[in-house]
Design a protein around this ligand. Structure first.
Ligand code: FES
Ligand SMILES: [Fe+2]
Length: 395
C-alpha cells in the first residue's frame, strides 16, 4: 500500500457509496451505463467565437476558479501572481496567516504591482513606478509626497480585493463575487472527498505550464472518458486499467468519476474496510468550471484549464504529495513520476489527440460528435456547461 492510500479515510468518505454501487453493477450484469438519449455534441461548441465569448462572460468571469494551493505560500509574505483568468491577480499570505487575493494593480496609475512570476516572499509591496507601498493585507501604507495630492481620498486607495475562499487547501477566486466564497455551497459533497483525500495537507511539489492548441472543453472531456484509456494509452498507463469499467456521478456542478485499475476485481470481492482505493481505481474529478483532479496511487495531479481562444488553452498541471519527499531518492522518484505523467501521458497522448481533434473540427467534415455509453461523463459535462450558456444550436 502506498503512503497515499494510507492517508485515505475510506470508512467515512462520501465516495464509498458510489464505489459500492459501481461494484454492485459490475458484479451484476457487467458495467455499461444504463442511459439513453445520449445525443451528440455540435462541433460549433468548440470552434465558434461567439460561444467562446459567452463562456468567458458566463463562466470564467463568474465562477470560483482555483488559482493555487496554500502549500505554495506556506509563510507570511509568500505570494504569487496569477494572470490566466484574464486579469492580473496577486495571491498573498498575510501577517495574520490569511490568504487573500487582490487585483495586482497599483491604485495610482494602474501599474502591475508585482511583475515577478513564481512564488516570492516580501514584507510589503512597493510599486516600481512611484513607490506607493501596500501591506500584505492590501492596505495602502505609504505615498511619497502625499501632501502634493489635492484629491482627499488618495490615501484610501487600497488594493482591490477579489472574492476568494479555500477548500481542501485550494485557493479559489471569483472575479464577479463579493466577500468570501461560500465553499460548502459551491462544492457540496466534494468537501467530504477533499477531507478524505487529505487535500488540505497536501504538499505542492511541481508544476508545468503549457499552451495547447485545443479548446478547453476537449481537454476536460479527455479526463472524463474511460473509453480511450486502454487504447490511446496502450504504451503508457493503459495496461494499469480495465477496459471500459468506469463510473461517473454529477455532484452539483462537478463530476466524480472513477476508472477501475487492475486490482479492481479484488475490490469487488472485499469488504470496504479492506479496499485500497487509490490502487484499485483512479478517482478523477471535474471541479467546475475548469479543474481536473486525478488521484494517482501516491500523488495527485491537478490540472487547471484556462481558455485563451476557441482553439487555445493554457494548461497548468500541478503535482501534490502527501508530504515533501524526505530523501533525494524519494524526490527523484516523484520527479520521474511527474515527468512521465506530464510529458509522456498528458502531453504526448491526451493533449496530442485534443490538438488533432481541433484540427479535424475546422475541416467541416463533422458537424457533430456522437457519444457512446462509455462517454456519459462528456454528456454530463456539457449539461453543466450549457446551464450557463443558454440555448445553443444543435445539429
Ligand atoms: S503607478 Fe504605482 S506608484 Fe505610481
Ligand atoms: Fe487519457
Amino acid at each position: 500500500m502506498s503512503a497515499g492510500s494510507q492517508s485515505l479515510g475510506v470508512s467515512n468518505a462520501p465516495f464509498v457509496s458510489q464505489i459500492q454501487a459501481f461494484i454492485d453493477a459490475v458484479n451484476g450484469d457487467g458495467y455499461v451505463h444504463k442511459t439513453s438519449d445520449l445525443g451528440s455534441i455540435p462541433v460549433s461548441v468548440y470552434t465558434d467565437r461567439d460561444r467562446f465569448d459567452i463562456e468567458s462572460q458566463n463562466i470564467f468571469a463568474k465562477a470560483p476558479v482555483i488559482l493555487g494551493h496554500i502549500s505554495q505560500i506556506p509563510r507570511k509574505g509568500d505570494h504569487f501572481t496569477f494572470d490566466h483568468l484574464g486579469q492580473p491577480l496577486l495571491v498573498v499570505r498575510g501577517q495574520d496567516d490569511q490568504v487573500r487575493v487582490f487585483y495586482n494593480i497599483c491604485r495610482h496609475r494602474g501599474v502591475r504591482l508585482v511583475s515577478r512570476e513564481g512564488v516570492a516572499r516580501k514584507p510589503s509591496f512597493v510599486c516600481p513606478y512611484h513607490n506607493w507601498t501596500y501591506g500584505l493585507d492590501g492596505q495602502l501604507n505609504h505615498i511619497p509626497c502625499l501632501e502634493t495630492f489635492e484629491n482627499d481620498d488618495v490615501s484610501g486607495r487600497h488594493l482591490v480585493e477579489v472574492s476568494s475562499g479555500i477548500a481542501g487547501g485550494f485557493i479559489f477566486a471569483s472575479l464577479a463575487g463579493k466577500g468570501p466564497i461560500d465553499m460548502d455551497g459551491f462544492l457540496g459533497e466534494l468537501t467530504g472527498d477533499f477531507d478524505a483525500l487529505a487535500m488540505g495537507e497536501q504538499a505542492f511539489f511541481k508544476q508545468s505550464v503549457r499552451t495547447t492548441k485545443s479548446n478547453w472543453k476537449l481537454i476536460v472531456e479527455a479526463f472524463q472518458d474511460g473509453y480511450h484509456v486502454v487504447r490511446l494509452h496502450r504504451n503508457s498507463v493503459g495496461p494499469l486499467f480495465l477496459d471500459n469499467v468506469a463510473d461517473t456521478m454529477r455532484i452539483k456542478q462537478h463530476i466524480r468519476a472513477m476508472v477501475a485499475r487492475q486490482g479492481f476485481d479484488k475490490m469487488c470481492q472485499d469488504d470496504p474496510k479492506d479496499w485500497d482505493v487509490r490502487n484499485q481505481l483512479s478517482l478523477a474529478y471535474f471541479v467546475y468550471p475548469n479543474t481536473i483532479m486525478i488521484i494517482h496511487p501516491d500523488y495527485i495531479s491537478q490540472l487547471g484549464l484556462f481558455p485563451v481562444s476557441p482553439n487555445e488553452t493554457i494548461c497548468v498541471h500541478s503535482c501534490f504529495l502527501d508530504e515533501e519527499p524526505k530523501s533525494e531518492k524519494a524526490k527523484a522518484h516523484f520527479e520521474r513520476a511527474f515527468d512521465i505523467i506530464d510529458k509522456e501521458v498528458f502531453t504526448a497522448e491526451d493533449f496530442f489527440v485534443c490538438e488533432q481533434a481541433q484540427i479535424g473540427m475546422t475541416s467541416g467534415v463533422n458537424q457533430s460528435f456522437p457519444l457512446s455509453k462509455h462517454e456519459i461523463g462528456l454528456k454530463i459535462f456539457h449539461e453543466i456547461v450549457n446551464e450557463q450558456i443558454g440555448d445553443w444550436p444543435t445539429v
